[in-house]
Structure formats: structure tokens, C-alpha cells
Design a protein around this ligand. Structure first.
Ligand code: 3H9
Length: 697
């Protein structure tokens, strides 16, 4: 008998227990154990009803993702589930935690389902570039109808037990907490009432009701917008449609074919990498699991601007009180007003209730004095990028804050060590770099200074989790990981236009790759003055910074979306960038002024210059230990800049292109164009000479 699946009998109930931490995933041992335990239950003459239940924190959370891409070992999951459905003794699945993917499919193969009210169910395969491949696309519509099945399968979102009950996905919900007891009680009821086996595959009423409806056409049309560039959501619709157009067995075959197409798609590889990268990133290299974590039960924020306000919302959203300090009452009132407006908008969209708006607002207090930071556990400074001001602020914080308070800066570029030097407690100083809009973007780039203590590092990573962000720990350098790479891409994009490309051409290459917006649309969003100020500062510091047509935009007060004109122009009430002939003229004049004869630039050159410059910089970032692993860089780009998760992040993408190809092109650009950014990274050269990849590091 398998150790991970056991069989025992309790009265008339044969109990099949899965115990495969952490999430009871359906690895080979579990699949074969399930078959063996079922056989035992079938043979056990005293077992009238069988119960499938799991130990630990959850019911089966899906197929074992670590087995993907390896040869499949029998028994396959569809065949295991088939055997459960074919059982002539009723089988009850008792669900706690999350029944996901293959886990929910296993439960759907059972004849009855009972769930704790705290449980959730879902088919999240689409988030891994797959579709439910063990009958989910055929059985779920038989219980929940076409629309709900399509919604769940194409979005991958979970539904709570009560909703699952209303939809017919589970048969009973129990408020108890002991799943074994709840399952046994339900199974006894099934036995006592002599309920028959009820096979989902034989149910037809929901199929009849939806057959011939235009719901599939509607869904495909909706996905054209929502799932741009993605492969598997469309295959999910095809598979669900097969439940309506084909008999069960044929539908299962169709599901299998479509599942295999998804399995072989490169998007599956990228999305699975992203899944594990996100989880690995939370484990900081060199930081012991047992590192103590400080309590963070109150937070102070300096600055009620866009960043400060957005940061405050993250804490209020999870019930942590926040004090925001501003210099002037007017700025404070304005900032608090914007926060309220954001919450009210969420309430209007039905995302939160009006009561939640009030509860969250009640957690946010405005103040004009640092004295109110006396008792807070964490302060985050979010004022504009100026070292002298930041140092002055940190000096004041050092004087006011209690011992053990964490002093964090939301700087996106500046030296954390220099900021820390303004205090007598550099071990408590750390960077917490949020991405705009801070209440929406998932990334939290935590920056360690040279003296930041392990306890503080562990705490800010824990804070990220608590406020539902994806935390990545990075080292201290200009721009850290994300902006350091972005600045290289920005410089290259600007030069490409100097040389002959149009901004729209550059942006299109990037959006075709899967970014939600291109470099220049992003500059308009962030403000053209931001980059201009940085270039001016560098020029004033004596650096040789190329002149640019973008300087001209700033000088003409074309500052981006906020002035309705930047690289593009904008119309009232819309954020859609519109190409502007005035900008074409500015660019043409600039080229003339600089004596540049524009040349034809191919999309391939744009792709290589914008992306390879980032990869080369990413390799330097790894070389210098600013990022610990290539996957940390991937996570920064996926969650901070919308790099398409289905491409796995820029470093994973580079491995797919082939590092040898990339190095060859980087060397060529270094010869042709020069510039520090094209100097090949020593790590990239080393990996190529050893035939290794970033993923091997
Ligand atoms: C599928 O089922 C295909 C079928 O339709 C067809 C087959 C033919 N496998 O997220 P956490 C690990 S596709 C292997 O930190 P939480 C995870 O890596 C699958 N490992 O915890 C981590 O490991 P570590 C459909 C898995 O409480 C640990 O478990 N299912 C799997 O925040 C804890 O994870 C899904 O897509 C897995 N399936 O969230 C569900 N799942 O400790 C994916 C987790 O070494 N999983 N691990 O870092 C989740 O959504 C969340 O993990 C879950 C728990 C909600 C379950």
C-alpha cells in the first residue's frame, strides 16, 4: 500500500485518505495510491460507501506541476478518475482548503461532494497555460451549465463553497472545521439513505438547457480582448463546447487532444516557470527560514502624493492602521480625498462595499507632525527623488521613532546606504520600492542596504505577503533591478527613434511581445519630465548624455498624459495614445539639427535592441549580486512592468532564445554602436562558453 494514500474502514464507511504535503498534489505516488485504495474499498465487503478525504491544509490542489514536461507515468489522472466514477459503491469527496485543477476533477469523478464552508474550488489550469485535462471541461458544465463553467475555466478564478453549492458543484456545505468528521457524517447519510451512485457524466439537463446557445461565440469574442496573445483560454472554450456537441467519451478524447496542444505550447513552460519563480522569490537566498520577524501592526507614511496614498491603501486594505504625514494641510486633504475617491470607485464597481470604504478610511489618519510616528512599527518615506530631502527626513525619523521601528524608503533609484547614513540605526533602514499605481501593481522590490539586518529583511518580505504583494529582495545600486534595466531599454528606444524608427513602431514591437504598453506610452504615463530631470541631473554632474528629441518634448511642456500631450496626444477622458504629427515634426527637426539621416529600422532590430540591452544588464545585475537569481529578475519584470508571464520573464525568455544568439548580437551592437550598455556581461560570456543558461545558475 502506498504511504501517501491509505485505506481504513470506519463502520460502514471505507475511508481513502491522501496525505502528501504540502498540497496533496496528484503526483505519481498519489495517483497509483488512489487506484490501490479504491480497489481495497471495492473488495471490502463491509464498506457500503467510500469516502475520499485529505490530510493537512487542503484537499488535492491539482496535478503535480513539477511532473509537467517529464514522461507521464501510468496511471494517468483521467483513468484514475474514471475508475472512481465507475465504482459501483458510492464515493463521497470531502473538501477542505482548496480543491483545484485535477483535485476538483477528482472530486467531480466522485458521486457526492461535501465541503467545509471555508473551502474553495476552481480549475486554475488556464493560469499555467493549460486546460483542465482530466474531465473538468466535460463534467463541470454538466453540473454548472455552460456560462459558469466557461467563466471558471477561462478565468481560473476560485469560487467559495456556498457559491459552489448554489451552482450544483458540491452537494452539501458544512460550517464545521473537522473535515474527516464532516465527510464521515455525510457518507453515513448516503449509506443510511441508500443513495445510488450518481455519475456526473450521465447528467444531461444542463447540457440540454444550453445546447445551441450563443454563449461560446460570446465568450470567444470577449477573450479576444481579455486574453490577447494567450493560447490556452481559447482552447478551454473549444473543450467546453465539446461537452455540448459530443457524447461524453468523445468529449473526453477532444479534451485530451486540446490539453496536449496546450502542454506542448511554449506558453505553458513560461507560465509554469512564473508560478514557481514567484514562490521561490519569497525565499531570500542566505536568509534562514527561522529569522525572527518583527510585528508590524501600525504604519507611518511620509507623503500623501500618488505613491504615498497608494501605499497607504495597501495597509488599510488588510486592516493595518496608517498615519500619513504631509507638510501642508492642503496637500494632506488632497491626498486623503484621492484615497477616498479610489475606494468609492471600487465600491461603485462592486469590488468592495460602502461599509468597507468607511472601515478602510477610518484606518487612515492624516497628520502634519512626525511626532505621530512615535509608536509606529514601520515608516515608509514616499517623497520625491531628492537625496538631501530624504536624508533630512531619515534624520528626523531616527530622532522620533521608537527603537526597533523599521525605516523604509520608497525610492526608485537612490542609494539606500546613503539614506541610512543619516540615521544611527542603518540596520533598521531598508528600501521598499512600490510600483505605480501602488495599490494595484503586485510587485514590492525590497532593497537591502549593506547594513540592513536579517530581521528587517525577513520582516519586509513578510509585510509584502501580508499586503498581498509579491516581494523580491534585491541589492542596492542605481535603479535596483527593475528601473536599472528599464533605463537601459528607455535609452535604446530613444536612440532607435533618433536613428529613424517612429515611437509607435517601437511601442508596437513591445506590445506585440506581450507588454501591456510600449516604452513611450509608458513614458507618457510616468511623465516625460521624470526622465528629462534624470538626464539633466546627469548632464549637470558632467556625464556625457546624448541629446534627445524627448528633451524637446519636455521643454515644450509636453509632459505626457497629465498635459494631454507627450510622445502621443490624448483626448479628454481617454488614456488611449494617439500618434501626433507635431511630434513627428519635432523628431524630424531634431534629426536635422543633429545631422542624422534617418534609416529604415526593422522590427527585429527594435526587438533585439530593446530586449537584449535588458538581458545584458540583467546578467550584469546577477554578476554583481544585485539580484540573487535570474528568477528574481523575472518576477520583478512580470509583476512590476507587466512582462508577459507566459514568456516566463526576460531572463527565462533569453534562455529560450539561446544565450549564444543573444551574446553574438550584443557583441555586434557593441562593435557597431558602442556604449557601456552594450559591453558584453562577463557572466553572459561565461554561461555561453560553458553551454549553460540563466536557469542553470
Ligand atoms: C492540473 O491540475 C492539470 C489537470 O487538469 C490535468 C492533469 C492531466 N504541484 O502557493 P503556496 C507547492 S494543473 C506541485 O506557497 P498557498 C508550491 O510550489 C494544476 N506543487 O501556498 C509550494 O511549494 P514550496 C492545477 C505545488 O497556501 C507549496 O506547494 N492546480 C502545487 O499560498 C505551497 O504553495 C493549480 O494550479 C502543485 N499543483 O497556496 C494550483 N501547488 O513550499 C496551484 C502548490 O516548495 N497552486 N505547490 O515553495 C496554488 O494555487 C496554491 O499553491 C494553493 C496554496 C492555493 C494550492
Amino acid at each position: 500500500m502506498s504511504e501517501v494514500v491509505t485505506y481504513n474502514r470506519e463502520g460502514a464507511i471505507g475511508v481513502i485518505t491522501v496525505n502528501y504535503p504540502p498540497v496533496n498534489a496528484l503526483g505519481h505516488a498519489v495517483r497509483s495510491g488512489l487506484v490501490a485504495a479504491l480497489e481495497q474499498g471495492q473488495k471490502d465487503a463491509d464498506a457500503k460507501v467510500l469516502l475520499l478525504v485529505c490530510e493537512g491544509r487542503t484537499f488535492i490542489a491539482g496535478a503535480d506541476i513539477r511532473e509537467f514536461g517529464k514522461p507521464m507515468q501510468e496511471p494517468s489522472l483521467p483513468s484514475v478518475i474514471n475508475q472512481y466514477e465507475n465504482s459501483d459503491k458510492p464515493v463521497v469527496a470531502a473538501i477542505h482548503g482548496t480543491a483545484l485543477g485535477g483535485g476538483l476533477e477528482t472530486a467531480l469523478g466522485c458521486h457526492y461532494r461535501v465541503a467545509l464552508s471555508s473551502a474553495k474550488v476552481g480549475l486554475p489550469e488556464v493560469k499555467l497555460g493549460l486546460l483542465p485535462g482530466a474531465g473538468g471541461t466535460q463534467r463541470l458544465p454538466r453540473l454548472a451549465g455552460a456560462r459558469k463553467a466557461l467563466e471558471m475555466i477561462t478565468s481560473g478564478e476560485f469560487v467559495g463553497a456556498k457559491e459552489a453549492l448554489a451552482l450544483g458543484i458540491v452537494d452539501a456545505v458544512d460550517d464545521g472545521s473537522d473535515i474527516r468528521a464532516v465527510g464521515l457524517a455525510y457518507a453515513r447519510k448516503v449509506a443510511e439513505e441508500g443513495r445510488p451512485v450518481r455519475r456526473v457524466r450521465d447528467l444531461t439537463d444542463k447540457l440540454e438547457a444550453d445546447r445551441g446557445s450563443d454563449v461560446f461565440v460570446q465568450f470567444r469574442a470577449g477573450l479576444e480582448k481579455k486574453a490577447r496573445g494567450l493560447f490556452s483560454p481559447f482552447k478551454c472554450v473549444d473543450a467546453v463546447e465539446a461537452a455540448f456537441s459530443l457524447p461524453f467519451e468523445e468529449g473526453m478524447k477532444r479534451e485530451r487532444e486540446l490539453f496536449m496542444e496546450c502542454m506542448e505550447s511554449p506558453q505553458r513552460g513560461g507560465l509554469v516557470h512564473s508560478f514557481f519563480a514567484e514562490r521561490e522569490a519569497s525565499k531570500v537566498k542566505g536568509l534562514s527560514k527561522d529569522t525572527p520577524v518583527r510585528d508590524v501592526n501600525s504604519v507611518g507614511i511620509i507623503g500623501a502624493g500618488t505613491m504615498g496614498g497608494g501605499i497607504a491603501m495597501n495597509f488599510a486594505n488588510v486592516g493595518i492602521p496608517v498615519t500619513i504625514v504631509e507638510v501642508k494641510q492642503e496637500a494632506l486633504d488632497k491626498g486623503l480625498g484621492i484615497i477616498r475617491k479610489n475606494y468609492e470607485n471600487s465600491a461603485k464597481k462592486g469590488r468592495i462595499s460602502q461599509q468597507q470604504v468607511e472601515e478602510r478610511m477610518a484606518l487612515i489618519t492624516g497628520s502634519l507632525t512626525y511626532d505621530d510616528f512615535r509608536d509606529v512599527d514601520l515608516v515608509i518615506e514616499a517623497v520625491f527623488e531628492n537625496m538631501a530631502i530624504k536624508k533630512e527626513i531619515f534624520g528626523k525619523l531616527d530622532a522620533v521613532c521608537k527603537p526597533g521601528a523599521i525605516l523604509a524608503s520608497n525610492t526608485s533609484t537612490l542609494d539606500i546606504d546613503e539614506i541610512a547614513s543619516a540615521t544611527k540605526r542603518p540596520e533598521d533602514v531598508v528600501g521598499m520600492h512600490f510600483f505605480s499605481p501602488a495599490n494595484v501593481m503586485k510587485l514590492l522590490e525590497n532593497v537591502r542596504g549593506s547594513k540592513t539586518s536579517d530581521e528587517v529583511k525577513a520582516t519586509v518580505m513578510a509585510v509584502a505577503k501580508r499586503i498581498k504583494k509579491v516581494g523580491v529582495m534585491v541589492g542596492n545600486c542605481h535603479g535596483f533591478v527593475g528601473n536599472r534595466m528599464l533605463h537601459k531599454r528607455g535609452g535604446e528606444a530613444m536612440s532607435l527613434v533618433n536613428e529613424g524608427a517612429t515611437p509607435q513602431q517601437v511601442d508596437k514591437v513591445l506590445t506585440d511581445l506581450g507588454y501591456p504598453m510600449g516604452q513611450f506610452a509608458m513614458s507618457d504615463l510616468a511623465g516625460i519630465d521624470v526622465g528629462y530631470r534624470i538626464r539633466e541631473e546627469r548632464r549637470n554632474a558632467g556625464e556625457a548624455v546624448e541629446p534627445s528629441w524627448m528633451d524637446k518634448l519636455a521643454e515644450q511642456n509636453r509632459l505626457g498624459q497629465k498635459t494631454m500631450a507627450g510622445v502621443y496626444r490624448y483626448e479628454e477622458g481617454s488614456r488611449a495614445p494617439i500618434p501626433d504629427p507635431e511630434v513627428d515634426q519635432i523628431i524630424a527637426d531634431f534629426r536635422k539639427e543633429q545631422g542624422i539621416t534617418p534609416r529604415e529600422i526593422t522590427d527585429q532590430e527594435i526587438l533585439e535592441r530593446c530586449m537584449y540591452v535588458m538581458i545584458n544588464e540583467g546578467a550584469k545585475i546577477l554578476e554583481e549580486g544585485i539580484a540573487d537569481r535570474a528568477l528574481d529578475i523575472d518576477v520583478v519584470w512580470i509583476y512590476g512592468y507587466g512582462f508577459p508571464a507566459y514568456r516566463g520573464g526576460p531572463m527565462f525568455w533569453a534562455d529560450q532564445i539561446g544565450l549564444e544568439n543573444i551574446l553574438g548580437t550584443v557583441e555586434q551592437f557593441y562593435d557597431d554602436l558602442g556604449g557601456e550598455q552594450w559591453k558584453p556581461s562577463a557572466l553572459l560570456q561565461k554561461l555561453v562558453s560553458e553551454g549553460r543558461t540563466f536557469g542553470d545558475l
